[in-house]
Design a protein. Structure first.
Length: 135
């Protein structure tokens, strides 16, 4: 084999894998230190007739908004309004691995805005809202 040394330059790494009639692609971007939490629900608005459970992604990002893929830890989730968090932990905690965590939020059957606040003491907090409507 041949060893080639390439000088390091911070840049995005594009990856493409092919096999069995499938193509997978990803772009890995360089990131800095974690500074904030970004909270992204699958849906911003839910019709109550759909029994609205919504997935919520929790992402730890750097100052440029890039996911910090070597961040591993716990964040605290607080839900107010006509909804409740469905967590995979008995506490109000979501595990974050590779910069990403996930929880579910379920409406109580009442219309209104459900506010989701996510905190961790060394990061800027993140929040979002899901609106449950009568249709």
């Amino acid at each position: 084999y041949t060893l080639v040394t390439v000088p390091f330059q911070p840049a995005a790494l594009e990856i493409s894998a092919h096999g069995r009639n499938a193509v997978r692609e990803a772009i890995l971007e360089p990131y800095d230190e974690p500074v904030a939490i970004r909270v992204q629900p699958d849906q911003q608005s839910v019709d109550l007739t759909q029994r609205g459970t919504v997935g919520v992604f929790i992402k730890v990002v750097d100052s440029n908004g890039i996911i910090v893929s070597d961040y591993h830890g716990e964040v605290h989730v607080s839900v107010t309004g006509p909804g409740r968090a469905r967590l995979f932990s008995p506490r109000d905690v979501v595990e974050v691995h590779a910069g990403t965590g996930r929880c579910l939020v379920t409406g109580t059957g009442e219309p209104g805005s459900v506010n989701i606040d996510v905190t961790e003491e060394s990061l800027f907090a993140g929040s979002t809202a899901i609106e449950y409507t009568d249709g």
